[in-house]
Design a protein around this ligand. Sequence first.
Ligand SMILES: *[C@@H]1O[C@H](CO)[C@@H](O)[C@H](O)[C@H]1NC(C)=O
Ligand SMILES: *[C@@H]1O[C@H](CO)[C@@H](O)[C@H](O)[C@H]1NC(C)=O
Ligand SMILES: *[C@@H]1O[C@H](CO)[C@@H](O)[C@H](O)[C@H]1NC(C)=O
Length: 468
Amino acid sequence: MAHGSSCLLLNLAILLLLSIVQSSQAHQKSENGIKTKVFLSPKFESKPGSVVEKYYDNIDFPKGHIAIKGFDAEVIDEQGNSIPLHEAYLHHWVVQRYHQRKGLDIPKHGRDLGFLKSDHIIVGNSGICDYGRLSQYFGLGSETRRTDTSVPEPYGIEVGNPEDIPDGYEERWVLNVHTIDTRGVEDKSGCTECRCDLYNVTKDESGHVLPPGYKGGFFCCYDNVRCKVKEEFRGAEKKGLYMRYTVKYVDWDTSIVPVKIYIIDVSDIWTKADASRGMRESHLCMVEYDVESCPTAVANDGCTHKKSVSVSLPTGGDVIYGVGHQHAGGIGTTLYGEGGRVICSSNPTYGTGNEPGNEAGYIVGMSTCYPSPGSLKISAGEMLTFVSKYNSTKTRTGVMGLFYLLIADPSAANPNVTLNGQLEAHNSVIASNFGWAIALFGAALVGVVVLVFGRRSGTEEGYEAIMT
Ligand SMILES: *[C@@H]1O[C@H](CO)[C@@H](O)[C@H](O)[C@H]1NC(C)=O
Ligand SMILES: *[C@@H]1O[C@H](CO)[C@@H](O)[C@H](O)[C@H]1NC(C)=O
Ligand SMILES: *[C@@H]1O[C@H](CO)[C@@H](O)[C@H](O)[C@H]1NC(C)=O
């Protein structure tokens, strides 16, 4: 009896403790209807030179049918201090949506890849890479502190719609975080470029010998490998780090226009369908590539490495937001439409100091594009050209050239109620009653379209169980 009640007390104490821990990790505030929640990843330990590459499934995330309006992140220490890139270089973080069969409880710890077992359905973005690569909803790298991720009115990234979640499943999120601790290393830029010689790595994480000529990149930069550190740092102690992420969102309502997420990779190898050879269309995204240094003769007049790819998207619509992703050495990305019109140029900002968000030599932000809604359309099947440029005064390994696009889903809006009508109302600079009437009417129609056609965005693409 006494034993039973002390057990109960202990349980209550644990519950209380858990609720305190929980509330200390999720701060919420609300402004103009936009809610902001701040969460911490599980703690990861990092020592000088070491690579951390973890997958955390079932991370804390706002629940319910919502529209995401922004997703920001940074690396902090146990005291909550922002950690500069020259200490913990944030190679990338990626947040992936998935549906998991209820009642399956997988412990939260890194690298278990519980989420890749059966009973999980990865819900990818709208494309366009195959094999589940780059199928994340959110993700950035060193530029995360100074890159605008906000989704403008009246748009939002719709998640948690019960209609999209198969019976018996629930929606969850997995976080992949990759940091490189460059305290005390011999060659900071070599370590952040994942140069195999500095890591003394000759086999990839699964034990496969690296392909001949592979000098650096992801395959030499997996969890627990260690970049060459100076003598005095060999035994240096571990540091506890977290990724702190901030989700901005609104509760779903029919006035929100959903957007599709597309990610274009400059190293995409696009094979068109060829019925005569029984081949379907494929996009083999290599994600990383190398930059050869230019011949010394031209080294002084700013030699530039230019890589480009031409691809098309399966659906068209209004471009709402665009941002590129590059690594150190990047000097800009541009997405062109058919005929050469510029859809968006996104360029890096390099830091000039020492403090977090302004680290010299690192890309600390990427510029973004917010075309005036309705002013910039992409057509389904339109041939787009994406260009990524790097400064090639030196050789670089494992660089990236990605472009993340938000496109308003035309199927969700009634073509006869112009988006501009709704928008003017939303921005309500001179919101006349007539404008509001159009907006309300539009919202009602969108509601009807949703009811009748029951959108199921994202469920078709997402069955591949490989992530990058
Ligand atoms: C590099 O790895 C090899 C075996 O894989 C090991 O014998 C050697 O000591 C390592 N070198 C350094 C400097 O750690
Ligand atoms: C490339 O980098 C070199 C060395 O840092 C610099 O002198 C040069 O101005 C850069 N060129 C461009 C186009 O950014
Ligand atoms: C939308 O407008 C077109 C022509 O402007 C018309 O043919 C069509 O019937 C309209 N659709 C609806 C649903 O009102």
